[in-house]
Design a protein around this ligand. Structure first.
Ligand SMILES: [Mn+2]
Length: 384
């Protein structure tokens, strides 16, 4: 790769790393508020600002402004941010891509200038229209470094090749590496990546929490925002205290939050998760709420929530989606995200990044709904 930016991060600084915003401007702003981002912080945006979410243009503009305003904001490129390269190089496949993508920064830009892609539209025409109006944004995206190297950390969107001269990693590989945590690197410092949703590495319980591998010196932070139904936008927070860095994290997601009103204890047999692409199942024992299944690819035995199982051919079955198979312990007073309350007997929730099932009827809203429906019967007497 050619574009490597060197960065000096002083001792005692706070470093905030966020990746894979994917056009989710509001979630990103909420996250900056939640971490109480201020001028002294180093903010690293580790690629994939664009695509998939509904406001890629808003995210790009907002981060361009942040970068202009605060000297400690730094951005790397992700594979989704290189679409402007296909535009500038007039890749003919881009036309087809834009016709099938509901959310793309280029489609947002075309909408803004009232340009409609027709049957005979060429990539050259799209380029001409967009470079006229958005040259500032296009140039900014084109110049983003592939990696940022600090004393103790390398920030790169997807991964590095296993070589001491890691700088020679193929650029395309650096932004598209799959399952980096299952590989190793030789860079000698922590490599922080996004790109591959960490929930794909889950075994015991579906979790979107960043994963820190101290032996391999790797940190994966992609919370699966937008890409995963239960996903979230993570912020990794590195507090540099006299060279002993302490690492924590927080996140935002768009699920409603509720207080837990009663304890629920997880059944220890209920663990595991189904994640892409291992969806094929063989049902073994059907239960009222969960069916014990063997996951074909892993031969794991999992209790899968009945509503998440589809019938296949010849007695086989498959999971409709990524789904947790774990119970999760919650305590009275916990605040949790509610993901799915449309199943029998149990609700799917998220607590501190981990996704699992709790018994139905113990979340505050279910009690308030009950009260509300009662109060409706008591006629409309609510004072305004
Ligand atoms: Mn990516």
């Amino acid at each position: 790769m050619e574009k490597i930016k060197k960065l000096f991060i002083p001792d005692n600084a706070r470093v905030i790393v966020i990746s894979d915003i994917h056009g989710e401007l509001e979630l990103f702003k909420q996250l900056l508020n939640k971490v109480d981002f201020n001028t002294g912080d180093y903010l690293i945006i580790n690629g994939d600002l664009c695509e998939k979410g509904s406001n890629s243009d808003g995210v790009v503009r907002f981060i361009m402004e942040l970068e202009a305003q605060y000297p400690n904001v730094h951005v790397t490129e992700g594979n989704c941010d290189t679409l402007v390269e296909d535009l500038v190089e007039e890749n003919p496949e881009l036309v087809g891509y834009l016709k099938t993508r509901q959310h793309s920064i280029l489609n947002e830009w075309l909408d803004k200038i009232g340009f409609v892609i027709g049957e005979d539209t060429t990539v050259g025409e799209i380029k001409e229209g967009l470079t006229c109006h958005f040259s500032k944004e296009i140039i900014w995206l084109l110049q983003l470094p592939t990696a940022i190297e600090a004393d103790d950390y390398i920030f790169v969107h997807a991964g590095l090749e296993e070589r001491v001269d890691w700088e020679e990693t193929d650029r395309l590989k650096a932004i598209t590496f799959r399952e980096f945590l299952h590989h190793t690197h030789n860079a000698g410092k922590y490599v922080i990546v996004g790109h591959w949703p960490v929930v794909n590495y889950s075994s015991d319980i579906s979790s979107h929490k960043p994963i820190i591998d101290e032996v391999k010196k790797m940190i994966a932070i992609d919370g699966g925002n937008i890409i995963k139904k239960t996903g979230q936008l993570n912020a990794l927070i590195i507090d540099r205290i006299n060279k002993k860095d302490s690492i924590t994290y927080t996140y935002t997601d768009s699920f409603p939050k509720f207080e837990v009103l009663e304890d629920f204890h997880a059944d220890s047999e209920m663990t595991g998760a189904i994640s892409y692409p291992s969806y094929e199942l063989v049902p073994i024992i059907a239960g009222q709420h969960f069916t014990l299944c063997e996951q074909v690819e892993t031969i794991n035995k999992l209790y899968v929530k009945n509503e998440y199982i589809c019938q296949g051919e010849n007695g086989s079955a498959y999971a409709k989606n990524d789904v947790s198979c774990a119970h999760i312990t919650v305590k009275k007073g916990d605040i949790v995200s509610l993901i799915d309350d449309n199943c029998s007997g149990y609700d799917l929730i998220k607590k501190n990044g981990a996704v699992g099932w709790i018994g139905k009827g113990i979340l505050a809203y279910q009690h308030s709904l009950h009260k509300k429906s009662n109060s409706l019967l008591n006629k409309e007497e609510t004072p305004v």
